[in-house]
Design a protein around this ligand. Structure first.
Ligand code: NAI
Length: 286
């Protein structure tokens, strides 16, 4: 049978998660999705009404099928962690079983095992503030949503992954180089994500024979990136300065992801793989 993938962090057709889902579907994988609870209603409605159909077309002309969409909030690990104001929030009220532990249990109950896990989510409430002006709360929220969320997903999903399985997350070069504007502790969160990729690759590799890598992606006009505000500047900067002077399209990250999640990359784990038209390699802009 084909491989089964769970992709956390899809809420529309514009982000990296959607492109990764498409590349995996084109390679024959079954697609399960985890969608942030507040975005669940609009995502499911749009899917059902065919709003994404043009973006669902695969290279062979068929449409990508999403077998099931699970509500997920990767900031909460267990039901007892959820505070009252979230429980009673009207955007959460209609949904249940959306903490990381519960989603993993539901996937296990529905499908038994998975082969592939994708973490394509991030959130930094103070991303538009310089690090020097970031509050403790904002910094820790960025780490919680963007870094620990991966640790938690792996903790709960790796035990239901088949040996030989693979996982990736999405990171950004602001972890290693100064990218003014990528604030609120988001640069710190990506540095943690990359360091954790190495440690987790060791732990999950030894214990479960599962591979863990991260893609350091160039700029894309996703919903999350538009919220940061300067993505157009980054795209222009990359086109002007990278070795490959073209705009990065999401499918290029999708295809690299499909490689890292397939047996073609069976000896690659613990790596940060740059899919950024080579911009990271530049030492001097010309
Ligand atoms: P996106 O908006 O398509 O994806 C982010 C997703 O995270 C959204 O669907 C959002 O609903 C979800 N999310 C936020 N908080 C969540 C939570 N607590 N629980 C569950 N889901 C939650 O945007 P994009 O840009 O495709 O982001 C995907 C990944 O790619 C992120 O890790 C981002 O940092 C990374 N990335 C993006 C770049 C860009 O320029 N767009 C560049 C490099 C990395």
């Amino acid at each position: 049978r084909g491989k089964r993938a769970f992709i956390a962090g899809i809420a529309d057709e514009n982000g990296y998660g959607w492109a990764i889902a498409k590349s995996l579907a084109a390679a024959g994988a079954e697609i399960l999705v985890g969608t942030w609870v507040p975005a669940m209603n609009i995502f499911e409605t749009s899917l059902r009404r065919g709003k994404f159909d043009a973006s669902r077309v695969l290279p062979d002309g068929s449409l990508m099928e999403i077998t099931k969409v699970y509500p997920l909030d990767a900031v909460f690990d267990h039901p007892e962690d959820v505070p009252e104001d979230i429980k009673s929030n009207r955007r959460y009220a209609g949904y249940s079983n959306w903490t990381v532990q519960e989603v993993a249990e539901c996937v296990k109950k529905d499908f038994g095992t998975i082969d592939i896990l994708v973490h394509s989510l991030a959130n930094g409430p103070e991303v538009s503030k310089p690090l020097l002006e970031t509050s403790r709360k904002g910094y820790l929220a960025a780490l919680s949503a963007s870094s620990y969320s991966y640790v938690s997903l792996l903790k709960h999903f790796v035990p239901i992954m088949n040996p030989g399985g693979a996982t990736i997350s999405l990171t950004h070069n602001a972890s290693e180089r100064i990218i003014p504007g990528y604030g609120g502790g988001m640069s710190s969160a990506k540095a943690a994500l990359e360091s954790d990729t190495r440690v987790l690759a060791f732990e999950a590799g030894r214990r479960y024979k599962v591979r863990i890598n991260t893609i350091s992606a160039g700029p894309l006009r996703s919903r999350a990136a538009k919220a940061i505000g300067f993505v157009d500047t980054m795209i222009e900067y990359s086109i002007n300065n990278a070795p490959l002077q073209k705009e990065l399209v999401a499918d290029e990250v999708g295809n690299a992801a499909a490689f890292l999640l397939s047996p073609l990359s069976s000896a690659i784990t613990g790596s940060v793989v740059y899919v950024d038209n080579g911009l990271n390699a530049m030492g001097m802009a010309v």
